[in-house]
Design a binder for this molecule. Structure first.
Ligand code: SF4
Ligand SMILES: [Zn+2]
Ligand SMILES: [Zn+2]
Length: 305
């Protein structure tokens, strides 16, 4: 066996969907080129952008940081980062420490914001309450609110998240299975909210499978936090992910075809549903909200905080 690109006999990866066999250097190059292709095709970056990377310390966010840093080194963009500490015992702290080390290594502005400081409660404490709505529901909403606020305070023009192909396909299928057509139209490479308070979100890794990002960080010897969240498998996302991965074993191209199919119908769906995304303000915190309270504040009120 030898590398399909350069003939090197020391190969590390076979792409199931294409049959391509790659050596370490060609594999690394292929991942970086793919992300850069997505960035260019979807016009994710503009010269002079200050991009806030949502940096958890996991493989996806560290890869996002690494790839965007090549744009920073060429003075095309500036980068800053924020890490959200949800307060998950025996899990989050390692990621936070790794995120701090990456930010120091690159010399970028970095903030760590905890749910405890921001809202007076950790995710673990919320999960001890009766009638909670499930860890990921709170986690997603609080994290999004904290990241949006940090982006405004740090004067970022874009927020980059580490969503990979698997995340994106799970999002499409979850919303489809739940009949959540409003959320279905909000996925994609770049958020399109018109509210000025919402910084545009971009997903440079959305066409790269999760396992290839895992191999990329190992091949590049990047320090990452590999453990998965103790709440992950309790979630609907976890179940959907398992089902998709089972199907992908026999049908290696289904993740790509689901993504391509979604990209083709997204605009049709959006026009058909003609959703008005205009926002008012949350009466409690002043953040943009489509109801009287933003999602984060309505959760806080339910929790009696
Ligand atoms: S799995 Fe759920 S609880 Fe854990 S970090 Fe992800 S969204 Fe948060
Ligand atoms: Zn090669
Ligand atoms: Zn609010």
């Amino acid at each position: 066996m030898q590398c399909s690109k350069c003939g090197n006999p020391k190969v590390i990866y076979k792409r199931e969907q294409s049959g391509q066999i790659l050596c370490k250097d060609c594999f690394i190059e292929s991942i970086e080129k793919k992300a850069i292709r997505t960035i260019k095709k979807e016009k994710l970056l503009d010269k002079g952008d200050k991009v806030l990377v949502a940096l958890s310390g996991g493989k996806d966010s560290v890869t996002t940081l690494e790839i965007l840093d090549s744009f920073r080194q060429r003075n095309i963009i500036d980068i800053c980062a924020v890490t959200v500490d949800e307060g998950i015992a025996n899990y989050r702290q390692d990621g936070v420490d790794i995120a701090i080390r990456h930010a120091e290594r690159l010399g970028i502005e970095h903030r760590v914001v905890s749910l405890k400081e921001e809202y007076g409660i950790t995710l673990d404490e919320i999960m001890q309450r009766e009638n909670h709505k499930g860890s990921c529901t709170y986690c997603g909403v609080f994290r999004r609110t904290i990241i949006n606020k940090a982006a405004r305070e740090m004067k970022a023009t874009k927020i980059a998240t580490g969503h990979n192909l698997d995340d994106e396909v799970q999002g499409i299928m979850m919303n489809y299975l739940e009949g959540n057509t409003d959320n279905l139209t909000k996925l994609g490479p770049k958020s399109e909210s018109k509210a000025e308070e919402f910084t545009t979100k971009i997903k440079p890794l959305r066409e790269i499978p999760e396992r290839e990002i895992g191999l990329y960080v190992v091949a590049k010897e990047l320090e990452v936090h590999f453990d998965s969240c103790p709440y992950a498998m309790q979630s609907f996302r976890g179940e959907v992910s398992e089902a998709i991965n089972q199907l992908a074993e026999k049908h290696p191209t289904i993740k790509y075809s689901t993504l391509r199919g979604y990209d083709k119908i997204k605009n049709i769906l959006k026009n058909e549903l003609k959703k008005d995304y205009s926002h008012g303000r949350c009466r409690r915190c002043g953040e943009p909200a489509s109801n009287e309270l933003c999602k984060a504040c309505s959760f806080l009120e339910e929790l009696g905080l």
